[in-house]
Design a protein around this ligand. Structure first.
Ligand SMILES: *Cc1c(COP(=O)(O)O)cnc(C)c1O
Length: 434
């Protein structure tokens, strides 16, 4: 399969080229060229398969032409060796837990795939290591640091906004050292993302440092994120073949939901999507009013979604050929305030016995608001639980003191020293560091 830039100003790329560039040279994002519906038999044939098996089928379908036989099967088995269960909340709602990987957030799916595929994609012409640049609002940094730590021939730089990630999140990516460098930027997540994009925009820097990105601008994040949507669809429709599913996705940069929408465009039957955001609601606003107006992000308790200019909006537009009306009729969305998110965390625990982190809680709230609409009358809502509540222990303790159990892999980080390098929010400071 070839990949095309959303801006269409550069030649088609192979998957390996698209991955090693991160951003397309025209500043666009890579997308698959052939997004045609796969036959019904493809989808029904997935029922009964395990998550790594489904991953292997999807990877072979999309990018199998560029890898040796057996490689993608092995990668899928190694990268996805943890479960993604759907936990029922009530008869209309299940929670898809995507936090059973090593860093307890859904970003592990993308990062573990990338850490294994990137060394295959980048052929270093100058003998220098591959340099992975990543902006993080919290969880990407953790997943990328953990995924790439110790991977030979790769160094990873993780940019994060000062004082805007939780102390535990910071310890997940800023205490490893070795080939992982954490960079504390005196600015917001949007500054971090802009700095990364600016450095990429220089072909010269990009070449000489073998730069690539592990952010969701990289198509190598989106492809593995399709896996859990398809796996959920396959398992929920096994007993009820015509079951309709609405996926409700807590969203920031919109990479997660774009992967699901991509699966729908590949023909996954009877699925709808709702985006849940916090106060950073430029996409819900667009869906309601038709005007897309990025703006600076504001800090919330669901900080992994504090994105004011979501990169993947461009991919969603591309999927609809720039037809905003069509996109707005397919995708729905709503925002949830911090105060309401806190109430939902407490209520869901008291009424349903389920502990949801602040991101997941926005999804539960939006589904509860919308599930009564006729559009969703026959749908089962699957809310994506994007992080383990222990990652946001400060908020959890305020709402439900003593209820959140800290997994060992997080608890042991508490006393580690943070090893990050502070810089100003200008791309020159980043270049100097490289
Ligand atoms: C990254 C993240 C999100 C947002 O995902 P996007 O792909 O950026 O929309 C939501 N919740 C958690 C916990 C995250 O880490």
């Amino acid at each position: 399969m070839k990949f095309i830039s959303t801006r269409g100003q550069v030649p088609l790329a192979s998957f390996k080229q698209a991955v090693s560039r991160g951003l397309a040279p025209d500043g666009g994002l890579y997308m698959p060229t052939r997004i045609a519906e796969l036959p019904g038999s493809f989808w029904t044939g997935l029922r009964g398969k395990s998550l790594p098996e489904i991953a292997a089928v999807l990877f072979n379908e999309l990018i199998g032409d560029e890898f040796e036989a057996g490689f993608l099967e092995q990668l899928a088995a190694e990268a996805f060796d943890f479960p993604a269960p759907v936990v029922p909340l009530d008869d209309r709602t299940g929670v898809l837990e995507l936090f059973h990987g090593p860093t307890l957030a859904f970003k592990d799916f993308g990062a573990r795939f990338m850490a294994r595929i990137m060394p295959e994609c980048k052929v270093s012409a100058n003998g220098r290591p591959l340099t992975v640049l990543t902006a993080t609002s919290g969880d990407t940094g953790a997943a990328v640091a953990k995924g790439f730590h110790g991977v030979e021939g790769v160094r990873a730089f993780i940019l994060y906004p000062k004082d805007k990630v939780s102390p535990l999140q910071e310890r997940q990516f800023a205490t490893l050292g070795d080939n992982i460098t954490a960079i504390q930027v005196d600015g917001t997540f949007d500054d971090c993302q802009r700095m990364v994009k600016e450095v990429f925009a220089s072909a010269e820097l990009s070449e000489s440092y073998n730069l690539t990105s592990a952010n969701s601008i990289n198509i190598a994040r989106l492809i593995p994120q399709m896996v859990y949507y398809v796996n959920t669809w396959a398992s929920l429709t096994r007993e009820q073949p015509h079951r309709k599913i609405t996926f409700v996705v807590p969203s920031g940069n919109f990479g997660n939901i774009t992967a699901g929408v991509l699966a729908a465009h590949l023909g996954m039957p009877n699925v709808q999507f709702i985006a849940a955001t916090n106060a950073n609601d430029v996409v819900p606003e667009f869906l309601e009013r038709g005007v897309y107006q990025p703006r600076p992000s504001v800090a919330t308790i669901s900080n992994a979604m504090d994105v004011g200019s979501p990169s993947n909006f461009e991919r969603l537009e591309h999927l609809y050929g720039g037809n905003h009306a069509a996109l707005r009729s397919f995708l729905k969305g709503d925002r949830v305030s911090d105060a309401r998110t806190r109430e939902v965390i407490a209520r869901v625990f008291h009424e349903q016995g389920y502990l949801s982190d602040p991101h997941t809680a926005t999804g539960i709230e939006v589904w509860n608001r919308m599930c009564g609409q006729s559009r969703y009358a026959n749908d089962y809502g699957v809310v994506l639980a994007t992080a383990h509540p222990a990652k946001f222990i400060e908020v959890m303790e305020q709402e439900l003191p003593g209820q959140t159990i800290m997994p060992d892999r997080l608890a042991e980080l508490r006393d580690r020293d943070v090893l990050s390098v502070p810089i100003a929010a200008v791309s020159k400071a980043l270049v100097d560091l490289l």
